[in-house]
Design a protein around this ligand. Structure first.
Ligand code: PLP
Length: 238
């Protein structure tokens, strides 16, 4: 390893250990066990080399936003032995690249996309785990199903035999200060609990994906089981 890489590695190690400490504190505050919360490194725009370096860190898994980037880094072996999730908006025509190659697709927000993922999964004779993405604040610029559309969507998605719904995901507005996004996280948690109690077919609701670099502690306080951290690990994106 060159000197520059050593420094980069040390810097990432320090950031991750700080994040782990903060995660543990938030978990303790909520009366939860730290091991029940996964740390996903959001590695979009990071090179395969940087990602490979970070695979040795105290993180649980990776997340990518673009299908092509995920496939390229996967083929380069950048994730080491860690799983990679698809966390960005997925176009229907890109589903074929990631189905069966990613442990979990976080961003399913329409029946059409679910049907296409199901079709690709049937073809490959596998079951694809997915989350349903919810647009909590009704932001036009963001994907996700509106909260009132969630149950109707669940009804239909749960009929697709090659999908298994593992939970919900949301990206609330960027938080300017601590505490600001707690009402959104609390709302997602409530939707999660409601859906779980309905016992849909092909659903095994155990993943609540919420919280990013600026608001992951609030997300953990409200029940997140997976936080997605990019800049907190890799530094600001250019
Ligand atoms: C980029 C991204 C993240 C991480 O964002 P940071 O603010 O850099 O932590 C999390 N989730 C999704 C869906 C992202 O696109």
């Amino acid at each position: 390893m060159g000197t520059e890489q050593m420094q980069q590695m040390q810097q990432m190690e320090q950031r991750v250990s700080l994040i782990r400490r903060q995660m543990a504190e938030a978990a303790a505050q909520a009366g939860r066990r730290p091991e029940d919360i996964l740390l996903l490194a959001a590695s979009k725009t990071q090179s395969a080399q940087t990602v490979a370096l970070s695979a040795g860190l105290d993180i649980n898994l990776f997340g990518e936003n673009r299908a092509q980037e995920l496939v390229e880094k996967l083929e380069a072996g950048a994730y080491g032995d860690k799983p990679v999730h698809m966390i960005g908006h997925l176009q229907k025509n890109k589903a074929k690249y990631v189905v069966g190659r990613t442990a979990l697709i976080h961003s399913v927000d329409s029946l059409e996309l679910a049907q296409e993922i199901n079709r690709q999964a049937v073809k490959r004779e596998l079951v694809q785990d997915i989350l349903i993405e919810v647009n909590l604040a009704g932001e036009q610029s963001k994907s996700g199903v509106a909260p009132q559309g969630l149950e109707p969507l669940m009804e239909q998605v749960c009929r697709l035999p090659a999908l298994r719904v593992r939970g919900l995901m949301a990206i609330p507005p960027a938080a300017q200060q601590a505490g600001q996004n707690r009402p959104y996280f609390s709302a997602l948690r409530q939707l999660f609990v409601d859906i779980k109690s309905k016992k849909y077919d092909n659903a095994n609701m155990d993943c609540l994906s919420m919280g990013m670099s600026r608001d992951f502690c609030d997300a953990i306080l409200e029940g997140a089981t997976l936080v997605r951290i990019g800049s907190g690990i890799y530094g600001p994106r250019s």
